[in-house]
Design a protein around this ligand. Structure first.
Ligand code: HEM
Length: 143
């Protein structure tokens, strides 16, 4: 199964267009740099977040129903396939969502829109989980 990459999600204008998408992505990666629970997923990314920030901005513009800025440059999103090199377990999904929730809280004042977007992000993040957390070692081994 591939991730649901282009759900009907015409949020772009309500959200505030390109400037707002840019603000969201900036806030998102700021949160990833700052939140302790995001350390593991931050380490999966390049030190320089510039190129990733640009890709996510382009992708979200398209995903929210705005200009198709991602596909012409990168091809079909196929997010599940693109995330396969990274071990994404439930904790990584939750950390990603924590960053996105903080970014939405900072940049989107419309509470209804915010919860719609959170739910839509959550569906994509869930579809990108590709591994289970390593089981905890038996207690005896911790001695
Ligand atoms: C579930 C937790 C997630 C983790 C741990 C994660 C992690 C990553 C990582 C490590 C990269 C590569 C960045 C780099 O090379 O610097 C990446 C790229 C990307 N991610 Fe995620 N991601 C997650 C969820 C999502 C979600 C929910 C979306 C979309 C709503 C998304 C959209 C993207 C896009 C568009 C790219 C760039 C793809 C490309 O190479 O064209 N990610 N992600």
């Amino acid at each position: 199964m591939d991730a649901p990459t282009t759900p009907p999600n015409p949020h772009y204008d309500r959200f505030g267009g390109q400037d707002a998408v840019q603000r969201l992505v900036d806030a998102f990666y700021r949160a990833m740099d700052e939140l302790p629970q995001a350390r593991t997923i931050r380490a999966m990314h390049e030190v320089d977040l510039g190129p990733t920030r640009q890709l996510l901005t382009r992708y979200l513009s398209e995903w929210m129903g705005g200009p198709g800025l991602y596909t012409p440059e990168r091809g079909a999103p196929r997010l599940r396939r693109r995330h396969m090199p990274f071990a994404i377990d439930a904790a990584a999904r939750d950390a990603w969502m924590a960053c996105m929730r903080q970014a939405l809280a900072e940049t989107c004042t419309d509470a209804g829109l915010r919860s719609e977007l959170e739910a839509a992000f959550r569906r994509v993040a869930e579809a990108l989980v590709n591994t289970q957390a390593a089981p905890a070692p038996p207690a005896a081994l911790n001695d």
